[in-house]
Design a protein around this ligand. Structure first.
Ligand code: NAD
Length: 288
């Protein structure tokens, strides 16, 4: 068996085409495009690249982005004030704070200051908790991207054995919760898991988000499994690779995502989606 490669760039391109139409409709009805504020504190080079990509993606679909670059020594109070201003700004539908933040800033405090209705990254405690109760306002972008890829390929989740390798708050845990809410049987593994392979071999759908290049080799994958590689690892020569031995595992899986070009483009696309949904909700509320 040779896996079908799930082309995240192509899925993202299609979705972004649909989103551009929704943005035009919003502009026509609302007199303005949806607005996303992106705050970057400090000058972390990787963060600068991520922020640039997000701003560019916004302009591709017609979303107005407001990029706010703050110096690394910005105080917590000043950052909170900035968030308050954006919470009250009627032209802003989504607020994203690029992580990581400098160590003197309490990330939780800042994320929880964002209005839940504008928390398009889905990191506010309410949105995180909402993943458990099914009342989330915005789903976090990377897990949502994984879900959309499965949906696009019409891969059944209900009743499937899902194994998520990685238990972080931003990828592993929310992915597990989202797939569990679709009635998958979910198992989460992490770096203390003993004998990882005994779990991964059970997976009909294997989602890997550990940040360990080459962690998943063919012997750890059931024949016909769907393998979603969220990992992004930069090798010393600058090449990007995932957590899965792509060439080996693709001989055994039924579907596989490449790195780059799999989950990555979907993450930014879901940010655009959440911003548009936020603007649509605001418009609908204004008509009530
Ligand atoms: P993290 O470091 O916060 O968490 C990693 C998780 O993997 C932890 O739960 C850890 O216990 C687990 N882990 C580490 N080594 C392991 C091992 N040997 N076996 C089993 N589990 C192990 O990382 P994160 O923020 O969740 O990101 C994970 C990966 O996904 C990274 O490579 C990151 O770059 C990538 N990522 C990609 C996207 C995207 O858009 N594609 C978005 C976010 C993160």
């Amino acid at each position: 068996m040779v896996a079908k490669i799930i082309d995240g760039r192509e899925v993202a391109r299609k979705l972004r085409g649909e989103y551009a139409v929704r943005v035009s409709e919003l502009k026509a009805q609302n007199g303005r495009a949806p607005g996303l504020a992106v705050i970057l504190v400090g000058d972390n080079p990787a963060s600068q690249v991520y922020v640039r990509n997000k701003v560019r993606a916004c302009s591709d679909v017609g979303i107005d982005s407001k990029f706010i670059a703050l110096p690394a020594n910005t105080t917590q109070a000043a950052l909170l004030q900035q968030v308050d201003d954006l919470n009250g700004d009627m032209t802003i539908d989504g607020i994203l704070i690029q992580l990581p933040l400098p160590p003197h800033i309490d990330i939780r405090d800042v994320l929880e200051r964002i209005s839940v209705e504008k928390d398009v990254d889905g990191f506010h405690l309410y949105n995180v908790g909402g993943l458990v109760t099914g009342s989330t306002v915005f789903s976090p972008c990377t897990p949502y991207g994984v879900q959309k890829l499965l949906e696009h390929e019409k891969i059944p989740v209900e009743g499937a054995n899902v194994v998520v390798v990685g238990a972080s708050n931003i990828v592993g845990k929310p992915t597990a919760l989202m797939l569990m809410s679709q009635d998958a049987t979910v198992c989460i593994c992490h770096k203390k898991t003993r004998d990882l392979a005994q779990f991964t071999l059970l997976a009909d759908i294997l989602v890997v988000a550990a940040g360990v290049p080459g962690l998943i080799v063919p012997q750890m994958v059931k024949t016909g499994a769907v393998v979603i590689d969220v990992g992004i690892n930069r090798l010393p020569d600058g090449t990007l690779i995932g957590d899965v031995d792509f060439e080996g595992v693709r001989q055994k899986a039924s579907y596989i995502t490449p790195v780059p070009g799999g989950v990555g483009p979907m993450t930014v696309t879901m940010l655009l989606h959440n911003t548009i949904v936020s603007a649509e909700r605001t418009l609908a509320a204004s008509k009530r």
